[in-house]
Every structure is written in structure tokens, then in C-alpha cells.
Design a protein around this ligand. Structure first.
Ligand SMILES: [Fe+2]
Ligand SMILES: [Fe+2]
Ligand SMILES: [Fe+2]
Length: 416
């Protein structure tokens, strides 16, 4: 049995980002639909089919997330501004983020040019310039249609066709719109069903799925770097404890996947709360409980139940004082107990690591009924080995992300 279908990776990534802010993703979805319809039009007009369904599905996946960089670089309230004027930052960050963290491969380069005018693009000798020019037009159509409402007409683009916008893209869009009434499909939301049908052709290998789950974890980094450092340590701890406690290969994979996605509900949280949690006021505690429930909702019917169960109980405690369901040790399996432990211990493992103080904390929390005795016994007995693995492995997990941030910084500095 597959633990998650490729199509559900698409929906999981989409809905995780929506928790952060819906706007770039709703916009991305409409742009992806327009591009899909333009390419289908091209298929119909040509002598032969140029884009097979699986290629179109890849393009829709990628295009839906074309503004992902904006989560890091821009204020969503200013979406019109970063989409029409200051587009350099999110184009650059989005390109680096997708290139290093996702499975889209060469397509990532397109993000860099999704706001580049057609005339400038034509001079670049960029292999994917056609796709960039389609996104560029589709993107402008969506932004202007949303802001002008009833006053919107395709005529407003005509004077810029040939300079700002590709004539071929404009022609394909007009024809597709005449034949399929694209705006009506958008207004009635019927386009979502068409995208859904196409995404049956979206196929990821097992390695690509695993990388995509890691990518979903890294969306937390678009919100806060502190969160992602802890998450990487938590993943490493789960891997090591799973091995030391003799989980079998399938159980270890389930635990790993649960570790990747267990905190995605935090995407709905305020950044300040993630970086310095407020006093444990009732409102904050209620919200905290929500992050596990939100994650469960996103995963339900999408991911294998064994994995969802591990992720859903990561804040339960053996004495029944955890949340959200106040389960007790007897109701949970070893993988669940490991993730609970790893999630809490990850925060303690922040460098510089003080062995004595960590072991004391773990012992105290175990005696008071927080952690599983079996898990904390292995952790304390094998502390040195675990700490060494955790440090190396978490650095490895973070290395691509750190590299892309350095690259972004240095390009920005060179640009002045
Ligand atoms: Fe953009
Ligand atoms: Fe956009
Ligand atoms: Fe959590």
C-alpha cells in the first residue's frame, strides 16, 4: 500500500501553505489553471501533442507554487505591490527554495523570470522562456482581474503585447478563453475540478515523495528559522531512537514521515508566538492544541493512518496530561512515545549541548510522568552516541536550506 499518493502530496503542500496565508496559493492555483489551458490550446492547435498529461500535471504543480518565495520575503498585505512592482526578492528566493528543496528540478529557474517582460526574456536564450512568458501573462491577468473586478477586460493588455507580454501567450489565452470560458470556470470554481482530474497524472517516485515531505516540513522555515532548527533535530532524534529501540524498517519510515509533518499546524500561528511563546494563557493553550488538530485535518484521508496517529499524539504525555486527547501510555505505541520524546528533547539539544543538564531535565520529566521510561532510559544510556548522530544528521538536513539562504543573501548584497 502506498503511504501517500502523489496527488495528495500536491494537496498537502498547497493546504499547508494556505494555513500560513491563502492569497499566494489561491492566486497560484488560478495562474496554474490558465497556464494549463493555454498549453492545452497549444496542443490542439499544433500538428502533434506537445504536452502530455503528466507534463501538464508537473507544470500545474510547479506553477501553483510560483510565488512561494513571497512567504519569506514579502508582506502578504502588499501582494499587489510585490506582484506588480517589487518582484525581484520573491522571484529570487522562490527560485532558490524550489531548486534546493523541491523535486521540480530545472523548472525552478522559471520562477526567476516569471515577472520578466517578454521582450527582455526573448533576448535571454533561456530554454524555458515559453513557460515563463505564459506564467507572466497568466499572473498579470489574475492580479488585474481580481483588483479591477467588473471593469476588467483582456483589452487592457493589448497595447503591451509584443513588449511586456508574449504575442503567442496572449493569442493562446484569448482562444482558450473563447472556447472554454475560463473566467466563468474561475468564478464558479469549476476549474478546481479540472485541476483535480489532471493531477491524477502527477507522479512522484518514492524518493521524490520523501523529499516532498521534507519540503513540507521546510515550509515552517518560511515562517521561522527557529522552528526549522528544532524540527531537524527532532527528525534526527526519531531516526536514531527508532534504530536503537529496534523498530522495523516500515515502522522507522512511518516515524520519519510523522516527524517531518507533525508540526505543520504551526503554519496557522503568529510568527511572534512561534519564536517567543507568550505566557501560558488560556487563549494560547487553546491555540496550541489546535496545531495538532489542524495537522490531523490536513492529513486525514491523505496519508496512511499509522503515520497520522504518530503525528497526532506528539503532545500527548504518558501520564495523560498532554493534549489534545489526554491519552495515556497504554493507549500509545512505541513510535508515538518516541516522537513525543524527540519533539520535547529537540528543544533541549540546542547547542551548546550540556549533557548533565539535559539528562537531569529528562529524568525529572520522566519521573513526573511526562516521558516513556523506556525511551528516556535509552536516551540517557546512549546519550553521547545519540548527541553525535543528532548534530551531524540535523546539519545534513539543514544544509541545502542554509546554502540557499547564503546564496540569497550574497546575491542580494551584490545587487546592492
Ligand atoms: Fe510573483
Ligand atoms: Fe504570482
Ligand atoms: Fe507540536
Amino acid at each position: 500500500m502506498e503511504y501517500i499518493h502523489s496527488k495528495d502530496i500536491f494537496y498537502l503542500l498547497r493546504d499547508t501553505l494556505k494555513l500560513f496565508d491563502r492569497r499566494p496559493i489561491v492566486h497560484g492555483g488560478k495562474v496554474a489553471y490558465y497556464v494549463y489551458m493555454m498549453l492545452q490550446q497549444k496542443n490542439r492547435l499544433g500538428q502533434r501533442v506537445q504536452y502530455e498529461n503528466f507534463e501538464l500535471a508537473d507544470i500545474v504543480y510547479f506553477t501553483t507554487f510560483h510565488d512561494i518565495g513571497a512567504y519569506k520575503t514579502d508582506d502578504m498585505e502588499q501582494m499587489i505591490r510585490f506582484e506588480t512592482k517589487n518582484h525581484r526578492d520573491h522571484s529570487l528566493y522562490g527560485r532558490l527554495f524550489l531548486e534546493k528543496m523541491s523535486t521540480v528540478g530545472d523548472l525552478a529557474e522559471v520562477i526567476l523570470f516569471h515577472h520578466t517582460d517578454y521582450a527582455a526574456l526573448a533576448k535571454l536564450e533561456f530554454a524555458q522562456s515559453e513557460l515563463a512568458s505564459l506564467i507572466n501573462l497568466a499572473e498579470a491577468i489574475d492580479i488585474y482581474k481580481e483588483s479591477l473586478g467588473g471593469k476588467f477586460s483582456l483589452d487592457i493588455f493589448k497595447k503591451n503585447v509584443g513588449t511586456k507580454f508574449s504575442p503567442e501567450a496572449f493569442d493562446l489565452f484569448c482562444k482558450a478563453n473563447q472556447e472554454h470560458n475560463l473566467f466563468e470556470k474561475i468564478n464558479s470554481r469549476a476549474y478546481l475540478q479540472e485541476i483535480n482530474e489532471l493531477m491524477d497524472f502527477f507522479i512522484l517516485t518514492n524518493e521524490e515523495k520523501e523529499k516532498s515531505l521534507e519540503l513540507i516540513m521546510f515550509t515552517l522555515a518560511l515562517k521561522s528559522n527557529i522552528m526549522i532548527n528544532n524540527a531537524a533535530v527532532c527528525v534526527a532524534l526519531c531516526e536514531k531512537l527508532g534504530l536503537l529501540m529496534k523498530l522495523d524498517a516500515v515502522q522507522r519510515k512511518n516515524l520519519l514521515y510523522a516527524a517531518y509533518i507533525h508540526d505543520i499546524g504551526y503554519m496557522a500561528f503568529r510568527k511572534e508566538w512561534l519564536e517567543s511563546p507568550p505566557d501560558l494563557s488560556t487563549i494560547y493553550l487553546e491555540k496550541l492544541a489546535q496545531h495538532t488538530l489542524l495537522m490531523e485535518q490536513l492529513l486525514k484521508d491523505r496519508m496512511k493512518r499509522d503515520i497520522v496517529i504518530i503525528a497526532a499524539t506528539h503532545h500527548e504525555r504518558v501520564d495523560g496530561k498532554g493534549y489534545p486527547r489526554r491519552m495515556t501510555e497504554k493507549q500509545m505505541n512505541l513510535s508515538q512515545l518516541i516522537l513525543q520524546f524527540a519533539d520535547a528533547a529537540a528543544v533541549m539539544m540546542k547547542p551548546p549541548v550540556n549533557k548533565e543538564s539535559i539528562i537531569n531535565k529528562v529524568k525529572r520529566q520522566t519521573e513526573s510522568g511526562g516521558f516513556s521510561t523506556a525511551v528516556s532510559k535509552v536516551f540517557t544510556e546512549k546519550f553521547d552516541e545519540i548527541a553525535k548522530y543528532t548534530e551531524e544528521r540535523s546539519n545534513e538536513i539543514l544544509s541545502n536550506f542554509n546554502k540557499l539562504n547564503e546564496q540569497y543573501k550574497s546575491i542580494k548584497e551584490t545587487d546592492g
